[in-house]
Design a protein around this ligand. Structure first.
Ligand code: SF4
Length: 91
């Protein structure tokens, strides 16, 4: 079983589609009073999830997300909320 740091290293050794695309994988700054509109969020997240489907590190990324419980973003094709819900139901 890989340690969390070994997982991070293994992911870092792959060419992953999310590199330099944090604007797709994470919600933009919503500190203004309007925030990200639902339709824009859906389109952004759909694009991110599609990129994850072809990622060579997807299994490792999912394992990392399940361990780290991210507060935001798309990980291995799942939103942080979906990962949180899964972990809650599995507990
Ligand atoms: S599976 Fe993970 S590492 Fe791969 S593109 Fe998606 S978020 Fe990035």
């Amino acid at each position: 079983m890989l340690s969390t740091s070994q997982i991070r290293t293994a992911i870092g050794e792959q060419v992953v589609p999310c590199t330099d695309q944090s604007d797709l994988f994470f919600e933009p700054d919503t500190s203004d009073r309007f925030g990200e509109k639902p339709a824009a969020r859906e389109m952004r997240e759909r694009s991110a999830r599609t990129l994850c489907l072809s990622c060579p590190a997807r299994d490792l990324c999912l394992e990392l997300a399940l361990r780290e419980k991210p507060a935001a973003g798309i990980w291995a094709g799942f939103s942080s909320e979906e990962i949180t819900d899964y972990l809650r139901e599995a507990a």
